[in-house]
Design a protein around this ligand. Structure first.
Ligand code: NAD
Ligand code: MG
Length: 302
């Protein structure tokens, strides 16, 4: 599948055959990877996502917005009427530039603020700069993440363990902490957990616990800020076709069958995650907070 023959995600069809099914070709990338080295190409809704004004005038900060799930979310948010600050790593400028162009094509504001979320000072600056650039902030979407597969605990260095927790857990904490004093009633925070929080793979001994931490953090924070009228939820994807996976997120031999273990027998696409982020950001989900929603191809959450 190429970006030019993306399926219509609104036409009723069999979800088993809606998108490419395993086997995928063998492929590896150097982290953080790029959408352009994914074979087959992933669908981020570039050609298909249709907005209905559900986020008209909202101001959103989205991390990991250059590629994968964050890219699909950024495209969907812009088509729903939001202005967006995109966070990503400096080496991901090429992917991010395409998302900026797609957002601007919708007549929305796109502000690129690259940098390393492992750094607390950068996270604090990011929220401040995002507020200044957008004239406020009312949606924080934490999508950025690090995943590095290792077969043996002996091969997980303290540096890897630390970087995974900093990227996935500490950055979320720092960004929420910096944003919350400025978020108005009606604002929403959406975190990105994983099926790994509930069904951890033996190769993801550092990553899976970060996702369990995100689940608990999301539930606890939702109760803490409910009285302010701020809602906090998380999306927990199953296997989704993004650069994270062939860039060391899976052992190389797990890429060809990636997603085949799900009841829907294939990997999900970023475009299949974005509608849930939209729903959780917009006012239609006004009575939903502290919840974790799976996008797992049928490997149900507990
Ligand atoms: P992706 O590689 O497209 O996105 C991850 C992004 O994280 C990168 O693009 C990068 O911009 C950002 N990032 C990583 N380290 C960073 C750092 N130090 N500073 C700033 N940004 C940094 O992959 P994706 O699969 O779309 O990942 C998005 C989220 O979804 C992650 O939290 C991941 O854990 C989660 N997730 C993915 C899957 C899957 O199968 N792809 C499954 C469950 C959960
Ligand atoms: Mg990327």
């Amino acid at each position: 599948m190429s970006n030019t023959d993306t399926p219509n995600q609104y036409a009723m069809q069999n979800p088993l055959t809606q998108y490419p099914q395993p086997e995928f070709p063998h492929q590896t990338q150097t982290p953080p990877g790029t959408v352009h080295d994914l074979h087959p190409a992933a669908d981020h809704g570039e050609k298909s996502y249709r907005g209905f004004g559900r986020l008209a005038g909202r101001k959103a900060l989205i991390t990991g917005a250059d590629s994968g799930i964050g890219r699909a979310t950024a495209i969907a948010f812009a088509r729903e009427g939001a202005d967006i600050v995109l966070s990503y790593l400096p080496e991901e400028e090429a992917d991010a530039g395409e998302v900026v162009a797609l957002i601007e094509a919708e007549g929305r504001k796109a502000v690129a603020l690259p940098g390393d979320l492992k750094d607390e000072a950068f996270c604090i600056e990011l929220v401040k700069n995002a507020r200044e650039a957008l004239g406020g902030l009312d949606v924080l979407v934490n999508v950025a993440g690090k995943q590095t597969a290792q077969h043996d605990i002996a091969d997980i260095t303290t540096e890897q363990f630390d970087a995974t927790f900093r990227t996935n857990v500490y950055a979320m904490f720092w960004l929420c902490k910096a944003a919350l004093p400025h978020l108005p009633a009606g604002a929403t925070i959406i975190n990105t957990a994983s099926i790994q929080a509930y069904q951890p793979s033996p190769t993801l001994l550092d990553y899976a616990p970060t996702k369990a931490a995100i689940v608990a953090f999301t539930k606890a924070l939702s109760k803490q800020v409910a009285s302010k009228g701020i809602r906090v939820n998380a999306v927990a994807p199953g296997p989704i076709w993004t650069p994270l996976q062939p860039s060391g997120g899976q052992p190389p031999e797990m890429i060809p069958p990636f997603g085949s273990e799900t009841p829907l027998k294939r990997a999900g696409q970023p475009a299949e995650c974005a509608p849930l982020y939209v729903m959780l950001a917009c006012q239609e989900s006004s009575y939903i907070t502290g919840e974790i929603f799976g996008v797992t191809g049928g490997n149900t959450l507990p």
